[in-house]
Design a protein around this ligand. Structure first.
Ligand code: ZN
Length: 289
């Protein structure tokens, strides 16, 4: 069973393709996927996917690109989504949250405040936090060391930080996920980090529909988004696993097993059994808003 530690299956760009994508994910053996919300407006869609599919682990958060668009009610809404998952006894997480000084304009003080507010909830509830970081690694490292973090750990998704920080992040509880985008020729530095991350902290993700792998590596493709952006079909995971295993110098089966164990430890969901939704489903089918 393959695990996707980070995607955005709820993304509206996937609306015309989602049904086919879901069938292909199952066909290639994806056994668990963490679906990350990015703003209040998409949390209901994340909840609906988790209700519909036992292999979906819902994660709710405000992405650093979306902090400016939040409503005054955002924190209450986040808590309501988490409470609903807690009541259902379903594994869930907080994310995508993070820091970003790459996409301009940004208000870094505001980003940090929103990040810390969400990290605090993750720490209080011991929920896996899925963290995005671009061009803010020093600031992130400092915040993670100065503030409580979830005892179970947290994910640095699409890890693009320096190799030198891996040990410090790992000591604080970090897991590191990598995706097929790092198989593009120019991403050699990322592949070297992938090779050296501690085995017990390694995860694989897609970040679909973002970060498509090189087209030559995968059988799965989607037409571009309406604005021309290339879209990433998350079933490419099946073609990316053997490539990444080769870069790590281990067999594909060994990588599948290793990632499944790490996934279960961090996200609390058994990839062989899905998200363990109670028989009969949830008493209500939407994330309160
Ligand atoms: Zn993401």
């Amino acid at each position: 069973m393959l695990c996707d530690a980070h995607n955005h299956l709820q993304d509206e760009w996937l609306d015309p393709h989602r049904e086919a994508i879901v069938a292909e994910l199952r066909a290639v053996g994806v056994g668990a996927a963490v679906v990350n919300g990015t703003e209040e407006a998409d949390w209901q869609a994340v909840a609906a996917l988790a209700d519909a599919h036992r292999w979906v682990i819902p994660s709710y958060g405000l992405h650093p690109w979306r902090v400016a668009g939040r409503t005054p009610e955002w924190r209450n809404r986040l808590i309501a989504c988490l409470d609903r998952e807690t009541a259902a006894g379903r594994p869930h997480g907080i994310g995508e949250i993070g820091l970003d000084r790459w996409k301009k304009p940004y208000d870094f003080a505001d980003q940090q405040a929103v990040f810390l507010a969400q990290l605090a909830v993750a720490a209080e509830r011991n929920l896996p936090a899925s963290i995005h970081c671009l061009e803010a690694w020093g600031a992130l490292e400092e915040l993670l060391h100065r503030h409580p973090v979830p005892a179970r750990g947290f994910l640095l998704h699409a890890y693009g930080g320096p190799l030198e920080l891996v040990e410090r992040f790992a000591a604080r509880g970090a897991y590191f996920s990598f995706n097929g985008y790092f198989l593009h020729e120019r991403k050699a530095a990322r592949r070297e980090v992938f090779r050296q991350v501690p085995a017990g902290r390694l995860l694989i993700e897609t970040d679909a529909p973002a970060m498509p792998p090189p087209a030559a590596l995968t059988r799965y493709s989607l037409p571009p988004a309406p604005d021309g952006t290339a879209l990433h079909h998350p079933a490419s995971l099946a073609d990316v696993y053997p490539e990444l295993a080769a870069r790590r110098g281990i067999g594909e089966d060994a990588l599948v097993r290793l990632v499944a164990e790490n996934f279960q430890r961090l996200f609390g969901a058994d990839p062989l059994r899905g998200n363990q939704l109670p028989a009969g489903g949830l008493p209500w089918n939407r994330c309160p808003s």
